[in-house]
Design a protein around this ligand. Sequence first.
Ligand SMILES: [Mg+2]
Length: 319
Amino acid sequence: MPLSEFQLIARYFGALPAAGPAEGVVLGIGDDAAILRVPSGEDLLVSIDTLVAGVHFPPSLSPRAIGHRALAVNLSDLAAMGARPLWFTLAITLPEADPRWLADFAEGLGELASRAGIALVGGDTTRGPLSVTIQVHGAAAPGAALRRDGARPGDELWVTGRPGLAALGLRLLQSGAEAEDPACAAFLWPEPRIAFGLALLGLASAAIDVSDGLLADAGHIAERSGCGIEIDAALLPLEAGLASLPRDEALELCLGGGDDYELCFTAPPSAAADISAAAGRLGLPCRRIGRVHAGEGIRCPGFSPAHAGFQHFGANTDA
Ligand SMILES: [Mg+2]
């Protein structure tokens, strides 16, 4: 007998592990609506992302990886704003209520939710082609959240991690590589940079997470800030992960590949030492790759994409 919506949510998502008592949850799953108390005096940040099978991830992806990914891409948006994760809601459309699929999906989702300290407070299930929508809520001190529009001429451009590695991983997976390969793992298990986003509060002038590709996403900062940004190709982290590729190909993956969910941000040169120290404490690679200037647009001299538009699965057109 098919499970009802309530049974589905209760069975697979009602017992998601919590890292501690959920902050501000007056009433969670089980009623017509959740009752949530926004932390006193703080700003509430809200973001939503839908992942559709075959559009935002390969249909062959494991349910555990889909569960992780659906939450990770949303947490990455909170990380880019320097927000503290609080709550999320989940709407899932499934071709069939397969208990094993749901258990694996809930495991991938729950493991990350627990680590991030974010509580599931409501859900909805419907029948149809596989798609997962998550809405996240986070908090930040009033006016403190990182935005895209704060970059100023003279600021430096930074990026965390190894942008391009996830795009390489997707390519390898599609040619039958093992999921244990570090590049494949970068695609399968993106890690939202929550702690580092919080550490950037008061240091970064603007920030974005890299979902569509470094060049495109840094371009969003330039556009929203009314400045120009120039990336120095010689400073990009090509030596780790992408080192085995010809330089042009590595550059193209690094600048054009999506799905990395690293943070790209700007900061005044005076913040550089504190930024490096914060990244060091978290064991997160982070480096300066360019500069903000008066003017407009995003440039990386010496780089001209060989292919128009890289194939990737992260591209949500919003955030
Ligand atoms: Mg984003």
